[in-house]
Design a protein around this ligand. Structure first.
Ligand SMILES: Cc1ncc(COP(=O)(O)O)c(C=O)c1O
Length: 373
């Protein structure tokens, strides 16, 4: 066996031993308490029809984009959509990437220079960590949502400094004190960047718009694969930032552009979002119902008003056992294991949607009461 083969086998064995071995699972017909399709857009037959109609109305477009946006892959349609999306989020400009992962990698690796500083919340998404790692900047984290810890790090910042947060955290579902973080960031002449992946939909066009902070934020990342039910992402910011990214952002430049079909889906999802008031109301009431019913269950329910509700049960095995009990009862809830989350904070991550019924939510909380005893 080669040294490389031995290495990968050992790494996999370690995972099996500590209960964190990952496998791909096929789709199923269980009740969805785990996907990011918060408003049901991915399964919406109306949206599907709109996308089909949009594609049919643009018969001359190609099946694939044929190249990078900088070469053969750019469409006037995409640039028009970027302006529409920017307007909707009250930003000066927007640049579409093929995924949220690409957007964060491309934004941070392009922005951060040797001697600069990035300070991110310790729970920040992997795509931001990876983007920062591709730079030569100084990287610091601050304790989750902790203003004192943030200020401590800001005092030592050098060069251009960027503070990065999510407006709804992907693994905890909570929201940081955005205004307070912004005030401290500005006190140290640093820039704030906000990833809004999980805030879009539940909070309409995002929490930054809700708080009317759009003019104060250096850049926002909005992803299309969650409440919008499609795929891709946009970086929102100034016109200059957009031009800079077109020139320097490698995950934008060195990749084939999204196909017309993908961009048309995003356009139709953005057409649907302002009309989705019933879905938004329903997911909000489902969140309230779940929070009411779960009171008294053992395990630590993390503070969250979002679609992401987490019950910390403390170890990989317990999280897996409870998830498999729920799956046997027809409810798909996924365990979030270490090393994705810190040891001791292994959890059940429950995603609530507009299409979950009261009966399903009641059954879910009954089983959670039973198995977290
Ligand atoms: C906060 C956050 N940012 C970025 C991403 C990446 O987005 P995408 O799935 O579109 O690559 C995710 C998705 O997991 C996320 O949760």
């Amino acid at each position: 066996m080669s040294a490389a083969e031995k290495f990968i086998r050992e790494r996999l064995e370690e995972r099996r031993e500590n209960g964190s071995y990952r496998t791909l699972k096929p789709e199923n017909n269980l009740v969805d308490f785990y996907s990011n399709d918060y408003l049901g857009f991915a399964r919406s037959s109306t949206l599907k029809q709109w996308i089909d109609d949009e594609i049919a109305a643009n018969q001359r477009v190609l099946n694939g984009s044929t190249g990078s946006r900088l070469l053969s892959g750019n469409l006037t349609y995409t640039e028009t959509l970027e302006r529409q999306i920017a307007d909707y989020h009250k930003a000066e400009a927007g640049l579409i990437y093929n995924s949220g992962y690409d957007a964060n990698i491309g934004l941070f690796s392009a922005l951060l220079q040797r001697g600069d500083t990035i300070i991110s919340d310790e729970l920040i998404h992997a795509s931001i960590i990876d983007g920062a790692r591709l730079s030569y900047a100084n990287r610091y984290t601050f304790r989750h949502n902790d203003l004192v810890s943030l200020e401590e790090k800001l005092k030592h910042a050098k060069g251009n400094c960027y503070v990065v947060i999510e407006s709804v955290y992907s693994m905890d579902g909570d929201t940081p004190p955005i205004k307070e973080i912004l005030a401290i960031t500005q006190k140290y002449h640093a820039e704030l960047i906000v990833d809004e992946a999980h805030a879009i939909g539940l909070y309409n066009n995002g929490l930054i718009n809700k708080l009317a902070l759009e003019k104060e934020i250096f850049a926002r990342v909005v992803t299309f694969g969650k409440a919008l039910g499609c795929h891709g992402a946009v970086v929102l910011g100034s016109k200059t930032l957009r031009e800079y990214l077109i020139n320097f952002s490698r995950s934008f430049i060195y990749t084939t552009a999204a196909s017309f079909h993908q961009i048309a889906s995003v356009r139709m999802a953005y057409k649907m979002l302002p009309q989705a008031t019933n879905e938004i109301e329903k997911v909000r009431s489902n969140i309230q119902l779940f929070k009411k019913l779960i009171v008294g269950a053992k395990g630590d329910l993390l503070p969250s008003d979002s679609s992401i509700q987490c019950l910390v049960v403390g170890n990989n095995q317990k999280a897996k056992t409870i998830a498999s009990e729920l799956q046997s009862a027809g409810l798909d809830v996924r365990p979030i294991l270490n090393p994705t989350v810190a040891k001791g904070s292994e959890r059940l991550r429950i995603c609530l949607h507009s299409f979950n019924s009261d009966i399903e939510i009641t059954l879910l909380s009954e089983i959670l009461h039973q198995y977290t005893l």
